[in-house]
Design a protein around this ligand. Structure first.
Ligand SMILES: [Zn+2]
Length: 125
């Protein structure tokens, strides 16, 4: 994975925005921001300022920002190479998560309701 993606991911978690005014830079984030090339940072800031994700994790080949499936070629190379990859749909930088390790880190799948919803308890007609 590209090393800048991890830095941007940390920045995203710490990011605060002033809407159209853009990203607020704190002393803590400034140290990280200097590690990222200016054009990469500019694109990231633009996404954050728009209220979007600058970095999206890829889970099972799906972009976590726009929830669209990525081309198989992107998911195959992205997990192993050092290139920066962008989601072709939403423009977020892609962070490929190693899904073969640490299954405990995965969020617990929410239960999906199947069939008709049962009436609220106590209400009878
Ligand atoms: Zn996307």
């Amino acid at each position: 994975m590209n090393p800048f993606v991890e830095t941007l991911f940390i920045l995203q978690r710490q990011s605060q925005t002033r809407g159209a005014a853009g990203v607020i830079v704190t002393p803590a984030t400034a140290k990280l921001r200097v590690q990222v090339p200016a054009p990469v940072l500019a694109h990231f800031d633009r996404l954050i300022a728009q209220g979007r994700k600058g970095v999206a994790e890829v889970h099972h080949g799906v972009c976590s920002a726009c929830h669209l499936r990525l081309p198989a070629a992107v998911t195959a190379t992205g997990a192993t190479d050092e290139d920066l990859h962008l989601c072709e749909n939403c423009g977020a930088y892609l962070r490929f998560v190693d899904e073969t390790a640490a299954p405990a880190k995965l969020p617990v799948a929410s239960r999906v309701a199947h069939g008709r919803q049962t009436a609220t308890a106590g209400v009878t007609e």
